[in-house]
Design a protein around this ligand. Structure first.
Ligand SMILES: Nc1nc2c(c(=O)[nH]1)N(C=O)[C@@H](CNc1ccc(C(=O)N[C@@H](CCC(=O)O)C(=O)O)cc1)CN2
Ligand SMILES: Nc1ncnc2c1ncn2[C@@H]1O[C@H](COP(=O)(O)OP(=O)(O)OP(=O)(O)O)[C@@H](O)[C@H]1O
Length: 214
């Protein structure tokens, strides 16, 4: 039916415009966080990540694969968090951007294995495992600007994670790593948005999200 198609398309255009406005506001708010607070938040995230994964049913036993990311700009997270994961026995995969396509992945081998990429990113310089490596992940830590209580995530707007997370195992938890006030009531959603299972926050620890909340 035409009306339904038109309504859907208007809604999607509205969602895209809303997302762009929200991104600008959230990035400005992140930049305004004092360095000391950011460092304290990063320490709390690193302190909480192993318990969070265990609580999600993904303990380090058996060297499970976990996808994570190297923070860029004022993003929550740290290399220390990645070191904790690797030190505990997880096999940590990091994303490599290859254009408008699913992310490729490469093993985190420590800070020395990272090289500067586009957008201020530091990406692993080692062997590329391809886009399908995400199917091995028992959990994915996902960079986000915000996430809502139904699991809708707002990212940077490239669609990289949506393309990749569509390949992840349905049983693997998808964990958005955000500041406490970046867990919000509701974000604009588009059909391709892959829902998050939980948020990892500095102050509230692991916050479980409910796809049924929408
Ligand atoms: N840490 C991290 N890695 C990631 C992502 C992400 O959001 N965060 N991505 C998610 O899809 C992909 C890369 N996409 C990105 C797109 C734009 C910018 C960006 O706007 N960078 C700013 C500098 C950082 C800032 O100040 O916030 C810039 O270029 O000015 C970064 C990553 C894959 N890897
Ligand atoms: N599964 C997909 N297949 C093809 N294109 C997609 C897919 N997911 C997203 N896109 C494209 O990417 C664009 C940006 O998507 P969106 O605004 O949801 O990105 P994001 O999740 O904020 O970004 P990122 O994952 O890079 O942080 C969409 O308008 C769409 O064109």
């Amino acid at each position: 039916m035409d009306t339904v198609v038109n309504n859907g398309s208007d809604a999607d255009n509205g969602a895209r415009a809303d997302k762009a406005r929200l991104r600008a506001r959230l990035l400005a708010a992140r930049r305004a966080v004092p360095d000391g607070v950011r460092a304290a938040d990063a320490a709390r995230l690193a302190d909480g990540v192993l318990d969070a994964l265990a609580a999600l049913g993904v303990p380090a036993t058996g060297e499970p694969v976990v996808c994570a990311y190297v923070p860029v700009g004022a993003e929550p997270g740290s290399l220390d968090l990645l070191d904790r994961l690797a030190g505990a026995g997880y096999r940590v995969l990091l994303p490599v951007v290859v254009g408008a396509a699913p992310l490729e992945w490469s093993v985190f081998t420590g800070a020395a294995g990272l090289a500067p990429g586009r957008h201020g990113l530091r990406e692993p310089a080692g062997v590329r495992l391809g886009a399908a490596a995400v199917t091995e992940a028992r959990a994915v830590l996902v960079p986000a600007l915000a996430v809502d209580r139904a699991g809708v995530r707002l990212g940077r707007g490239g669609g990289h994670y949506d393309r990749s997370l569509a390949l992840a195992r349905p049983a693997s938890p998808l964990v958005a790593v955000v500041r406490d006030d970046e867990v919000v009531a509701e974000l604009p959603a588009e059909p391709h948005d892959v829902r998050m299972t939980a948020a990892l926050t500095p102050g509230r620890g692991l916050v479980r999200l409910l796809p049924s909340a929408r």
